[in-house]
Design a protein around this ligand. Structure first.
Ligand SMILES: [Zn+2]
Ligand SMILES: [Zn+2]
Length: 434
């Protein structure tokens, strides 16, 4: 009898399994035939620090902050470390201190937060990415990317590059000049990409931090498509000073020099937070929420996002939202999602092929050349046209090396890294005839 019942239940299981397989097969077939999801914008920050290096909060608290504010993807990019393996830190003397731990326990509970004491010292465990990511990730809603800020230097000059979506830690590669240090680190990223088959994206961070990087260096980099035109850290000199061009001017000089070379690569500008400080929002802190990218892709996957970033199908923003930005039929066109009471000005910026190529070195007080970006004619990165209002279009004449658009609003940033900044967006450069 028992055998009979067992065999019935076995038959039933087999039948049910068959039915499930049939149903699954149908669902899979239906999905294959479904039209692809439409292209849409995904908001993300590619440069973020946590207690794994010099940020002052626990990774879960930081991810929670971004997800709650509508971001779709986030890369935690700590200095020369991946959030992997076992790491215990002092519960009181870490950069977040007692207050951060208290908030962490309140938000995630004592069953999640791991604490122990060793030699009378209270320790707390920093969770690795693979343990905490399931708390937040949702298909089509929120994605975490493994990342590292490769933090190198040449002499006293800090040289930092992010590697987004990497698989293995990359140690700073060093080199005999600023350019060589940058190139060696980019090469290490590209080598890992080639060896593993995983798309890994290098980008150059805050070129004006420590006044380390010149436009001429950026122009000569190979295999490097992205740099931070805006970084939300208050110490990175996005605006330059009397001796050093702004990051936007670096962009125009580097683009011009690259595109006058055979096989010159375009250079795209991203905005990032480089956030370190999560407990107090004010201008001299490096807070989250200041700069991000809006990436156009069908799928919220690392592969789709990286392909769009490398293809220039994104814009950088510190507040301005775009409905659309397109390059077609010889025109660069964009439409802003306007806010009530806010006005918008869009300069179209570029360099014409017949630009004045002269340059002079920047001189110090002693009359000697300084090791900084040379001074170039205003032909480089000139304003080709300027449009006011919620949409803007520029028809390329064909004599431009490139054209890009910057969208400047009248709205002050709520928490600027430098006083007086207004919400802005940067569209990516395009070339005539491409
Ligand atoms: Zn950095
Ligand atoms: Zn950083």
């Amino acid at each position: 009898m028992k055998t009979f019942i067992n065999s019935i239940s076995l038959c039933l299981s087999v039948a049910l399994a068959g039915l499930a397989l049939f149903a699954f097969g149908r669902a899979a077939a239906a999905q294959t035939n479904a039209p692809p999801p439409p292209l849409r914008w995904w908001k993300g920050n590619l440069h973020t620090h946590s207690l794994w290096s010099d940020g002052n909060d626990y990774p879960e608290m930081i991810v929670d902050w971004y997800k709650q504010r509508g971001y779709h993807f986030l890369a935690l990019s700590d200095h020369n470390v991946l959030a992997q393996g076992q790491r215990w830190i002092d519960a009181q003397t870490n950069r977040g201190g007692a207050a951060a731990l208290e908030n962490y326990r309140k938000r995630f509970g004592d069953s999640w937060v791991e604490q122990r004491s060793e030699n009378g010292k209270a320790l707390v465990r920093l969770k690795p990415l693979n343990e905490y990511r399931f708390l937040f990730e949702e298909p089509g809603r929120f994605l975490l990317l493994q990342s590292e800020e490769i933090s190198d230097r040449f002499g006293a000059l800090p040289i930092h590059l992010n590697a987004t979506n990497l698989l293995e830690l990359i140690l700073p590669q060093g080199g005999g000049s600023v350019l060589e240090v940058m190139q060696n680190n980019i090469n290490a990223v590209l080598e890992q990409r080639k060896r593993t088959g995983q798309p890994i994206l290098p980008h150059l961070n805050h070129p004006n931090f420590g006044w380390a990087v010149t436009a001429e260096d950026i122009a000569r980099l190979r295999g490097e498509r992205l740099f931070e035109v805006y970084n939300g850290h208050p110490a990175v000199h996005n605006h330059g000073d009397a001796q050093h061009p702004s990051t936007e001017r670096l962009w125009d000089i580097a683009l011009t020099q690259r595109l006058t070379q055979p096989q010159g690569e375009l250079l795209y500008g991203i905005a990032t937070d480089d956030s370190h400080h999560y407990h107090e929002q004010k201008p001299n802190q490096s807070n989250p929420g200041r700069g991000w990218v809006m990436v156009r892709a069908r799928y919220l996957t690392p592969e789709s996002l990286i392909a769009a970033l490398e293809g220039g199908d994104f814009y950088a923003s510190t507040g301005v939202r775009l409905k659309d930005v397109r390059f077609g039929d010889g025109a660069l066109w964009l439409e802003i999602e306007p806010e009530v009471g806010v006005t918008y000005t869009t300069p179209f910026i570029g360099t014409r092929k017949d630009y004045d190529r002269s340059s002079t070195p920047a001189l110090g007080a002693d009359g000697k050349p300084l090791p900084v970006t040379r001074r170039y004619s205003r032909d480089i990165g000139t304003v080709l046209a300027q449009v006011k209002g919620p949409s803007a279009r520029y028809v390329l004449k064909g004599d431009e090396l490139y054209v890009r658009a910057k969208i400047v609003s009248s709205k002050p940033q709520a928490n600027p890294s430098v006083p007086g900044e207004v919400e802005t967006a940067w569209a990516q450069p395009v070339q005539p005839g491409r």
